[in-house]
Design a protein. Sequence first.
Length: 551
Amino acid sequence: MASEQTQFHIFFLPYLVPGHMIPTLDLARLFATRSVKCTIITTPLNIPFFAEATKTDSQKLGIEINLLSVKFPYEEPGFPKECKSTQNFFKSIAELQHPFGALMEEFHPNCLVADFQFPWANSVAKHLGVPCLSFDVCSYIYPCVSSNLNRYQPHKEVSSDSEHFVVPGLPHEVKLRRAELAPYEKGESEKWMIELVDRIWEGQRECYGVIKNSFYELEPDYADYYENNMGFRHWHIGPLFIYFEGKGNECNQVGKKSSIDVEECLRWLDEKRDNSVIYVCFGSMSNVAYGQLDEIARALESLVQNFILVVRNKEDTNGWVLDGFEDKVKGQGLVIRGWAPQRLILEHQAVGGFVSHCGWNSILEGVVAGLPMVTWPRHAEQFYNEKLVTDVLRIGVPLGVKGWAGTLDENGDVIGKDEIATAISKIVVGKEAEDMRKRAQELKKMARRAIQEGGSSYSHLTALIEELKAYKIASNGFRSQNITSSTYTSFLTWSLRAHMIPTLDMARLFATRNIKSAIISTPFNIRSLLQPLNLGVGNGADYVGFMLARL
């Protein structure tokens, strides 16, 4: 273990909602297992969540994650006591920059990993001369679709919100309706929101690179498009949560306290046949209207299908009651009000299908469980994720949602029980269901291979950590390598052969002009670079005026 003074230190700044905090915790855990000192910065309100989880990590995983708090500005004078307005919330997020910057100045970490929704994070890191990595908890397909919507604006060529159009330039045919787009993508948001989205995109472009909670085999065409067509440096290192499988339920299941005893839920599932239970959940941020819940309940009852239904409503999660529904389906179904132990449920052998709102965390959890899905997007990028599941991966059936949930709810539009029952049936019985399940099971295997040594995500994580450590050496002026020349050029190459060889050629060219140069790379890659030079491996090797400096 490195000493406290020399250990590489990363600050993590998670966004303040569960769907972002949980992946950030998993990311910090992952770096901590690679002997990196990790500190999570969050608000006092969220400290208890992280404190409980990191205490378990210390006991179960043998790692330590530090916590620091920064006060959420809406509690300060001049901000409303209730941060209910969207604009006030984002104003508070922007004001976090100053107290957070003070913490960065005090502790001076070697790197900052900040959620992509903090567009100011890179400027804070740049001020201290440390790299800032943007942590993007979304899919690869989302930014690809969004970028081409902005570039080509095909939604302006249709005459109504319900008419389909094709998003040009993508690896697959992606059809959308205008009603499925975010208001800011249609230019219908307030000016401050459109400007904020622009700043978020620009912040990602300016940072050192982007970390994605995905794996290459899941969306290879869009990972390549993201790099080659959009120009982002990125590392796919997910699915993050499965690195800690087998470490105990406490490590695998992170989130709010469930409204049902976890063991009771698992015992209920143990009594069911394999693949006989449908799990229905709309995520931690989506509120489903009572009228729509009624139709879902009637559909599940009509199918005589074992199910788990997770109910959340902003007014009162206990307020929804349908004519003694829970009594009528006792034994057949289980209703969970509030937070559910979703990962444990999905990975139980009794669960055979997933009705999902298409949030990226839920999609990943469904993929890792090897489940076919009924897609029911509600808002944000969920409609783009739906296209990946149904059209590209072909492991899901679209329910046929016509637009954003808020608009549908305001108009009193609901999807009827017959439509819901038909969609669920398609992932349960028949040849189509069988084929989807086979494809889903293959993706499940790919996900696990990706995080094993030599896998795509494992390799990207290793390359990222090595590059960050090389950056630290480079920023310190290579003092540890005893480079004494007063004038030299440093080359920091990405850890892929297609990047290393051109970098070597460039260093050779500089050396022929009597410019002292240094290539910084990892011990493993130093060997690759030395092969064409036929030199021995040491701490560094001079060749016609340049040095190969190993970490």
